[in-house]
Write a protein that binds this ligand. Structure first.
Ligand code: SF4
Length: 474
């Protein structure tokens, strides 16, 4: 994934720092509570939400089971409609393909539609290394790019910034990237939006190359779909002469009829809207209308390996609505940067370790960045059982060893032996009951110390349960 996240500390250390940032916590609490309440109201309007959710789940599962078939169908349809399809096994290959395509146009700048896939592969950094400037045009992505920052939320990448901070970034940095912010810029949302509009407009009008992702790829016609709220996507998808779309292979859905389900699930779950303001669809190229050249880069980058895992593969159902982030108590306190990946929150905790593997300290820590409260599962519009995948991944991380898990494994082996030997277990229980007054309530050292810093160890009963049972119920 993106090189901008290289060198991040593992989740516990990153969260230790971010939870001390009072301003960040205030920004996050305000934003996530507002979005989650609105989402709940939007979802409650539909009597058939549960059925829609089940339909979304089933469509995704059925498609993933025959992914090869639908991808080939989509490739044939895109090609027949005048587009060119490229297959990228990993981030490096995808970046190479896009950079070569841009260079072939002779241009040195591109305008971008907000796209998680291009963030995942670190496209902007790869293009910059080739002398190509990539301009983000989504308002929140623009704030992140101008502020030399990293996104911290899937849908609202600058959720960690308040409007005063946004005003400062615009006033200081817009001039370095193009049209400066108006003199005396205030922090009213309308003023900030107008400054962004003026800054971006000149980029839209001179852009010859657009780069996008896609929310969906309809296999039967090879049609790509982008849903958005600001209209910047529509500009990037229609004004440039060349359009390059980088799309994860799991975005394919079989038919337009299937799309109908997701166009109801996604807006209500993400922005709490009944319908998003802009839904753009395009199929190859059309003479005299829109881009003259269209390239689709189909990205694997760990998805095939994820598909091979029977429990973990459900993460590929994700439609990136971000509802799970907005209800997560861990995300709300730690913020998105603590996850060390473009995918923060509950979905990041299960997707990133599958796409990148769990060899690094950051990735191995992510399945533990959760209380397993289950709020994420309840709101997920495609019913991804995130707690189930978290536990599954925790098992994998524990099995691969490491300092945090050696003691745990020794403890589990000892418990297995004891539970296999009832006489020894009974003797141990009696001894523990007799010496109960001597047991400490807190552990002074060791990994469990932090646990008992905020709770007392449970007290042993005067009499073990088995002895009580033998006396009273035999
Ligand atoms: S896991 Fe579910 S709730 Fe979270 S972003 Fe993906 S689709 Fe939305």
């Amino acid at each position: 994934m993106s090189g901008t996240y290289l060198g991040m500390p593992a989740f516990p250390e990153a969260a230790k720092a971010s939870t001390k940032d009072a301003r960040l916590r205030a920004n996050l609490t305000h934003a996530t509570h507002t979005i989650r309440d609105k989402r709940a109201r939007a979802v409650a309007e539909l009597d058939d939400w549960a059925q829609l959710r089940e339909a979304g789940k089933q469509i995704k599962d059925q498609t993933l089971r025959q992914l090869d078939r639908y991808l080939l169908q989509a490739e044939a349809a895109v090609t027949a409609a005048g587009g060119t399809v490229h297959w990228a096994a990993d981030a490096e290959e995808a970046n190479r393909i896009v950079a070569d395509l841009v260079k072939a146009t002779g241009r040195t700048e591109v305008v971008k539609v907000k796209s998680m896939a291009t963030q995942e592969i670190g496209l902007n950094e790869a293009l910059a290394a080739e002398g190509i400037a990539a301009y983000e045009t989504d308002l929140a992505e623009l704030i992140v790019q101008l502020g030399d920052d990293r996104p911290s939320h899937i849908l609202v990448p600058a959720i960690h910034k308040n409007r005063g901070e946004v005003r400062e970034i615009f006033a200081e940095k817009m001039g370095e990237w193009g049209r400066p912010a108006p003199e005396g810029l205030g922090d009213a949302p309308a003023e900030l939006a107008e400054a962004a509009r003026l800054h971006l407009r000149e980029k839209f009008l001179r852009a010859e190359v657009g780069v996008s992702g896609a929310n969906f790829l309809v296999a039967e016609t090879g049609t790509l779909v982008v849903v958005e709220s600001e209209g910047n996507g529509r500009m990037c998808l229609t004004l440039p002469k060349t359009l390059i779309s980088v799309v994860g292979i799991e975005k394919v859905i079989p038919t337009w009829r299937d799309l109908e389900v997701f166009l109801q699930l996604l807006p209500r779950s993400s922005t709490a809207e009944r319908m998003n303001p802009y839904t753009s669809t395009w199929t190859g190229t059309t003479d005299g209308d829109g881009p003259e050249e269209f390239h689709l880069v189909l990205l694997d980058n760990g998805r095939t390996a994820t598909l091979a895992d029977e429990v973990g593969r459900q993460a590929l159902r994700c439609i990136r609505c971000s509802a799970c982030l907005n209800v997560c108590p861990v995300y709300e306190r730690a913020g998105g940067h603590a996850y060390g990946s473009v995918y923060p929150g509950p979905i990041g905790a299960i997707l990133t370790p599958q796409l990148r593997g769990t060899a690094s300290a950051v990735d191995a820590s992510l399945p533990f960045a959760s209380t397993l409260c289950g709020a994420c599962y309840e709101v997920c519009p495609v019913a991804i059982d995130i707690p189930e995948v978290l536990v599954h991944l925790r098992e994998q991380v524990a099995d691969q060893g490491g300092p945090g898990h050696r003691g745990e494994r020794v403890g589990m082996r000892a418990a297995t032996w004891l539970l296999d030997h009832p006489a020894a277990l009974g003797a141990a229980e009696r001894l523990a009951a007799k010496t109960r007054r001597l047991h400490p309530r807190k552990l002074p050292v060791g990994p469990a110390k932090a646990w008992t810093d905020s709770r007392d160890l449970p007290e042993f009963p005067e009499e073990p349960f088995r002895d009580w049972w033998r006396k009273n119920r035999r």
